[in-house]
Write a protein that binds this ligand. Structure first.
Ligand code: NAD
Length: 421
């Protein structure tokens, strides 16, 4: 999967534009806008790594800490050749909004290393990860900045970072420094499914608002990885029918419905959804433009743009992926009365269960999967309604409403704490 925003789009400029538009709606104080427009700290590090062939290669990594007025910075670390400082800064700002919308006591952060993990051995990846953990150890911590997985990182990398940090800082295990860990070192039950599960709850609430009968609803899903698969499964459980799905190899459609478990099995066995029985193959464009009730982009950035937004024939667009819709496309969808559940709300289940993982780690007291899922449901359902009410109050699209809600919460905390020294 690419982390590459469209070459011509600078993601930090997009994030600033969204911030400025939302600030206008609530007539935010100019000074406060300036504070929110600047990440609190951005660290660039050089990472020399001994490669398996004996050579030394120097990688570049970043950690951006956007705002911590509401609590420690929180956000993933991605490994990708296209990582840039601008992308990391934008993602850290979006994390501030996401945590505020989810109403969890965190601010925003994000990290990344410019590398191609697919071309590296496990030993090289371990050395790179531990060096990065060492270089950022003084600015992360259980009470200051708690990283997590992102594109092309997972439990394995999180365990290495936890181990390195723990060895450096007192030499005792500190699982609370990072989330998304394997269960054996303090990970939470339910974390794997959390993003898809949270998204399914937001879809359920949106359908109620639009008087959609889920038994008659159809779903189209772009991207069938972790988020796409669990989201499909859990929306299907509400009665809806999956009719089209894609992955990096291709897209397939069957108007009569695609059984989610069967297509997951097919992907596991063959490596792709392509050639799933009873389906015909379609293009990525056709997939996005298929008439359906719920469209779930769950793969890449910038998929719905001013070029194709007018052709989208869904009632709800529920964004599992980060940044799948451009600002110009947002306007078009809104004018066409399509309800977008924006990424910062729809995929907030992941960071919410990360927060639960951190709480469990701090108390060394572990919850059942049922407890995790119940608390997630309560939390994200409230977030959906908070955003929906803001959208009604200001008569703006759901993304602007989500940003307005977040900015209000973050600005309030920043103002009350004051500026010192
Ligand atoms: P993943 O790597 O598990 O899955 C990505 C899927 O997208 C794969 O099936 C891949 O084949 C497919 N894909 C890649 N290129 C494609 C293309 N051109 N057309 C169609 N499909 C394509 O990743 P994931 O964890 O499911 O994440 C997907 C998106 O959701 C990302 O934007 C990620 O940032 C976002 N997200 C994920 C989580 C999480 O907890 N997993 C949380 C928040 C946001």
């Amino acid at each position: 999967m690419s982390s590459n925003f469209n070459e011509k789009i600078n993601p930090f400029e997009v994030a600033l534009k969204q911030l400025e538009e939302a600030a206008k709606i609530i007539s935010l104080d100019k000074g406060m806008l300036d504070i929110l427009a600047h990440p609190k700290r951005v660290l660039t590090v050089s990472l020399p790594v001994k490669m398996d062939d004996g050579s030394i290669k120097v990688f570049t990594g970043f950690r951006s800490q956007h705002n911590d007025a509401r609590g420690p910075h929180k956000g993933g670390i991605r490994y990708h050749p296209d990582v840039t400082i601008e992308e990391v800064k934008a993602l850290s700002m979006w994390m501030t909004w996401k945590c505020a919308i989810a109403d969890i006591p965190y601010g925003g952060g994000k990290g990344g290393i410019i590398c191609n993990p697919k071309s590296m051995s496990d030993n090289e990846l371990e050395r790179l990860t531990r060096r990065f953990a060492y270089m950022i150890a003084d600015i992360i911590g259980p009470r200051t900045d708690i990283p997590a997985p992102d594109v092309y990182t997972g439990g394995k990398e999180m365990a290495w970072i936890m181990d390195t940090y723990s060895a450096l800082k007192g030499n005792y295990g500190q699982p609370e420094v990072i989330t998304g860990k394997p269960i054996s070192v303090g990970g939470s039950l339910g974390r794997n499914e959390a993003t898809g599960r949270g998204l399914a709850f937001t879809v359920r609430e949106a359908a109620k608002k639009l008087n959609i009968n889920m038994k008659e609803a159809t779903i189209v899903v772009q991207g069938f990885g972790n988020a796409g698969q669990f989201a499909s499964k859990l929306v299907e459980e509400q009665g809806a029918k999956l009719i089209a799905v894609s992955d990096s190899q291709g897209s397939v459609l069957n108007d009569n419905g695609i059984n989610v478990d069967s297509v997951i099995k097919h992907k596991k066995e063959t490596g792709s959804i392509v050639d799933f029985e009873g389906c015909r193959s379609i293009s990525n464009e056709e997939l996005l433009e298929t008439e359906c009730t719920i469209l779930i982009p769950a793969a890449l950035e910038n998929q719905i743009t001013e070029r194709n937004a007018g052709k989208i024939r869904a009632k709800i667009v529920a964004e599992a992926a980060n940044g799948p819709t451009t600002p110009e496309a947002d306007e078009i969808l809104y004018n066409n009365k399509i309800l977008t559940i924006p990424d910062v709300l729809a995929n907030g289940g992941g960071v919410t269960v990360s927060y639960f993982e951190w709480l469990q780690n701090l108390r060394r007291d572990y919850w059942t999967e049922e407890e995790v899922n119940n608390r997630l449901e309560k939390n994200i359902t409230k977030s959906f309604h908070d955003v929906y009410e803001t959208h009604d109050k200001y008569n703006v699209d759901m993304r602007k409403a989500a940003t307005v809600l977040a900015i209000n919460r973050v600005a309030e905390a920043t103002k009350i704490r004051g500026i010192w020294p």
